[in-house]
Design a protein around this ligand. Structure first.
Ligand code: SF4
Length: 377
């Protein structure tokens, strides 16, 4: 394998706010101070915690694309992944809720339908987050897979927040959990420079067809850049996860996905990869209208869909089946033993694609836990 030295240029996926809104409660926290210190030219405005009407006014006044919002999180930091409809197999992932929103701008981003705060928001009370983790992860007999990339991209803001090293350090010492940082950026300098115990931190990239990356993924890093970053992280000792989500049906998809799979294995070996997840495109019905105004150029919701038991629009199962069978066969050509799983898919398609299916969510969760093998040696 080629020895890579330089991280790719991540400037396109870097968030550089020109304004910072600081809730009064968030002032004085070390993270607030350090973020503001890294933005010497930004206008900093301290505000009272706003009502939703006031938030809308602030959005008109400041412009969410160029403003970072700093707040103190009052609720729980650790939450079950929202993808928990009983009819589909869910891996029982936990989310560490440290930030909200992302500036990468994927047309299909589910956050467009979920978030009512228009600003990219960083929670600054990390002491509360780590105290909650101490309490939760100290419970005997429970193993956690925890990610920070469900309500945001885990790394796009890391050059600004520099949170990754502290998280890696914490989870590197933790015997009952692994951390997954999931991204479409290549903002990995903090990961490469980190000199402590990496433990089982997993760095994961969402992948797609090159054409989808170019048309639908805003200013995310290219597939080649993501995979170069993955190879660098692997070289540094991180384990690598890959996520094909959303898998899209479009003219020429076979060649495009074939190309991405081939690229993976020019950068990584099968046993560098802890898991690959696959999830076909799905969306809440209201997102269709939001896309018309946020991404008028996209036609990803133009095909025929059925409404799933979770209320989301999905491709017909025959289309999902074709996509899955093709992608799994391509991956297995290069890496027959890599663990592949579906995100939110039904038993029938599991069985049809793999010849086996998890009996329930706990079984799928256990399979993924087993991938984090250090704890099961
Ligand atoms: S990178 Fe993820 S969080 Fe950011 S816009 Fe794209 S889908 Fe949304």
């Amino acid at each position: 394998m080629t020895i890579l030295k330089q991280p790719p240029d991540y400037s396109r996926s870097l968030f550089r706010p020109t304004k910072v809104l600081v809730e009064e409660e968030a002032a004085g926290y070390p993270l607030t101070e350090s973020i503001i210190g890294r933005l010497p030219d930004a206008e900093v405005v301290t505000i009272k915690r706003p009502s939703s009407e006031e938030l809308a006014d602030l959005s008109r006044q400041f412009g969410p694309r160029t403003t970072l919002y700093l707040a103190r999180h009052r609720g729980r930091f650790l939450k079950a992944c929202p993808g928990t409809a009983e009819s589909y197999r869910c891996c029982l992932y936990q989310i560490l809720h440290l930030a909200l929103g992302c500036n990468i701008g994927c047309s299909y981003c589910v956050l467009q339908g979920y978030l009512n705060n228009p600003f990219i928001t960083q929670f600054v009370n990390l002491d509360d987050a780590f105290a909650e983790l101490d309490r939760e992860l100290g419970r005997p007999g429970i193993f956690y897979r925890i990610g920070t990339g469900e309500f945001t991209d885990s790394l796009f803001m890391d050059p600004l927040t520099e949170l990754a090293p502290g998280l890696i350090d914490y989870f590197g010492r933790c015997k009952s959990a692994v951390l997954e940082l999931k991204t479409k950026s290549v903002a990995i300098s903090g990961l490469l420079d980190y000199s402590g115990e990496i433990g089982e931190t997993i760095v994961s990239w969402s992948l797609n067809a090159p054409r989808i990356c170019a048309k639908e993924e805003g200013h995310a890093a290219t597939i080649e850049e993501r995979l170069t970053a993955a190879a660098l992280c692997r070289q540094r000792g991180y384990r690598i996860g890959l996520h094909f989500d959303p898998l899209l049906d479009f003219p020429g998809w076979e060649d495009e996905y074939r190309q991405t799979v081939a690229s993976i294995f020019t950068h990584l070996k099968g046993d560098d990869i802890i898991w690959i997840s696959i999830g076909a495109f799905r969306f809440m019905p209201q997102v269709k209208e939001i896309l018309k105004s946020n991404h008028p150029q996209t036609n990803i919701t133009a095909g025929e869909f059925i409404r799933g038991i979770d209320g989301k629009q999905r491709y017909f199962s025959a289309i999902r089946r074709r996509l899955y069978r093709f992608l799994v066969a391509e991956i297995k050509r290069y890496a027959p033993d890599v663990f592949i799983y579906f995100c939110m898919e039904d038993q029938y398609l599991w069985q049809d694609t793999f010849g086996f299916a998890p009996a329930d969510n706990q079984e799928l969760s256990h399979w993924l836990d087993k991938c984090c093998y250090r704890y099961y040696d």
